[in-house]
Design a protein around this ligand. Structure first.
Ligand code: PMP
Length: 335
């Protein structure tokens, strides 16, 4: 199966991380890891350009989102987010009994600021660039939201390396801002489960207090630190490969008449009718992609597709060729 459904690296994992995993096994298994990933925080702080006490690590960025919701909100508080956005957010919000306000994007895939603020949410979640649409949220818009928000703003930068833009430097000015990131995408290390966030030291303590120590395993900490320190060139190449492949995939889908918005990530979003049936038929042909349904119909392409769309991860040329062939056959079979 060619796995183009979860936006992970199709160019493998970085070499220093692989070496670190191989070397670590004997020494790392019988002891606990560092309580709060001190070594990894130092390395990530240098990468992010902030102080180590402004970094919190987690078991994937999923864990960062979950712990943040628990750490900064009480049951019954409101969380505002775009629709569509990262699917785990409403799930974590519901686990913590938060009330979720869903704000559709506008017809140009832009974020409408006033509706996000309308119910004075305790948390505003912004995914920049946004999953599943791949579209950007300009830094100026994030700054506007943060400066007007009554509570915490969590900016999820899982895909920021592909976009080249970050809100991280705003954290010093705005202590209510949290910027979450992951090693699962550009770093090619989804299996390690390492995420982190950049936040004020006070916010870092609140997130850690909501969750406790030892969330990053010793092996993961070692391999993640090696990758962030030593695999910069590999990551840049992985990003360049993904960006070129994503653009090729977007052009090919537009040539097929699909209205694919510009993506700043390693995947493309393609509104298309019968997306669920097409994804199933593609799977039968060996290619896994992610179907979406019931998306608000905020633009003409989503009206035409009745709110359905596919999200397809960029991969090497042979995988894109296979995906396009499977898509053409599946679409022909699904009309
Ligand atoms: N945020 C976004 C926007 C994502 O797309 C993902 C993974 N699909 C995550 C967070 C979670 O990533 P992880 O837990 O692997 O760090």
């Amino acid at each position: 199966m060619i796995e183009l459904g979860d936006n992970t690296s199709r160019w493998g994992a970085p070499p220093a991380a692989i070496r670190a995993m191989r070397d670590a096994a004997d020494a790392m298994l019988c002891g606990y890891p560092e309580m709060y990933s001190r070594t990894l925080k130092d390395v990530l702080a240098r990468y992010a350009g902030v102080d180590p006490d402004m970094i919190v690590t987690g078991n994937g960025s999923d864990d960062i989102l979950d712990s943040t919701f628990r750490g900064v909100a009480e049951p019954g508080d409101r969380l505002a987010m775009l629709e569509p956005t990262f699917v785990m957010v409403p799930i974590f919000a519901q686990l913590h009994r938060l009330m979720v306000d869903r704000v559709p994007l506008d017809a140009s895939y832009r974020l409408p600021v006033d509706p996000l603020l309308a119910n004075a949410p305790r948390i505003i979640y912004l995914c920049a660039p946004n999953n599943p649409t791949g579209t950007v949220i300009p830094r100026a818009t994030i700054e506007e939201v943060v400066s007007r928000a009554p509570g915490v703003v969590l900016v999820d930068e899982a895909y920021f390396e592909f976009a080249g833009e970050t809100a991280a430097s705003l954290v010093r000015e705005f202590p209510q801002l949290i910027v979450a990131r992951t090693l699962s995408k550009a770093f090619g290390l989804a299996g390690l489960r390492v995420g982190y966030a950049i936040a004020s030291p006070k916010m870092v303590r609140a997130i850690e207090a909501a969750r406790g120590p030892y969330t990053v395993s010793a092996m993961s900490e070692r391999a993640a630190a090696a990758a962030v320190e030593l695999d910069g060139a590999w990551v840049r190449e992985n990003v360049a490969n993904s960006v070129a492949a994503r653009d090729r995939l977007a052009i090919a889908l537009r040539q097929r008449g699909l209205d694919v918005p510009p993506s700043a990530t390693n995947f493309v979003f393609a509104p298309v009718a019968n997306a669920g049936a097409i994804a199933k038929a593609m799977r039968e042909r060996g290619v896994s992609v992610r179907p979406f349904a019931k998306i608000p119909q905020f633009c003409a392409a989503l009206v035409e597709s009745k709110g359905e769309a596919l999200r397809i991860t960029a991969g090497p040329d042979d995988e894109i060729d296979a995906a396009l062939t499977a898509f053409d056959e599946a679409r022909a079979a699904c009309v």
